[in-house]
Design a protein around this ligand. Structure first.
Ligand code: MG
Length: 203
């Protein structure tokens, strides 16, 4: 499986990073070795001194598709979860300044903690899903999918023009404002419609 991640998809986050609103969805990928499941702890890597959390809604792809029309995109994911797109911000900044790829900053081992998934049918409106992240019990990020610059449908349609989607792939759909650093000993908890879905201890 593969993990596709959308960048710059919430206006307030684009602003806090001092980036421009993209004209089309920006995406990058993490390998399957980035997955961290079952609320296992995350070990702070030695190659960064500025590890940031980015809490995101994650779509689970449920069938094979390429060149998917936006109007049919809703049939290509069957569940939504919570994930953290861990980012070595210092390495990302360096990559951006030099025009180099982001993999060192984004795609390292266990950089993608993912929660269990909730079937789409259990949401009142999959295009208006509330989620949040707490750091040591304090809310640091709050988002709703209706605030995305590019909808789930637009994301699936765009990405599948370039990359075939397969059953079991995940799409991280972008982070709202409030990203920030973690330290060893911190605890991150992700919530979906008020339900605690994800807990990650930084070790
Ligand atoms: Mg992200």
């Amino acid at each position: 499986m593969k993990i596709i991640c959308i960048g710059r998809n919430y206006p307030a986050h684009v602003e806090e990073m001092e980036n421009d609103i993209p004209a089309e969805p920006l995406f990058f990928m993490k390998p399957d070795t980035a997955l961290l499941i079952r609320n296992r702890p995350f070990y702070y890597p030695e190659f960064t001194s500025e590890l940031h959390y980015e809490c995101e809604l994650v779509l689970r792809i449920c069938k094979l598709g390429r060149h998917i029309a936006e109007k049919f995109a809703g049939t290509y994911y069957d569940a939504v979860g919570i994930g953290i797109d861990f980012t070595a911000r210092d390495l990302q900044r360096e990559a951006m300044e030099k025009g180099l790829p982001w993999e060192r900053a984004k795609s390292f081992d266990f950089s993608a903690p993912v929660s269990r998934f909730v079937p789409v049918s259990e949401f009142r409106d999959a295009n208006s899903v509330n989620f949040s992240l707490q750091l040591n019990g304090k809310v640091v990020q709050e988002g709703n999918s209706k605030d995305m610059i590019f909808s789930f449908g637009r994301i699936i349609s765009h990405v599948s023009k370039f990359v075939t989607l397969r059953t079991g792939d995940y799409i991280f759909t972008g982070t709202p404002a409030g990203v920030g650093p973690v330290q060893i000993g911190d605890r991150l908890e992700g919530f979906l419609e008020g339900d605690r879905m994800l807990a990650v201890e930084i070790k």
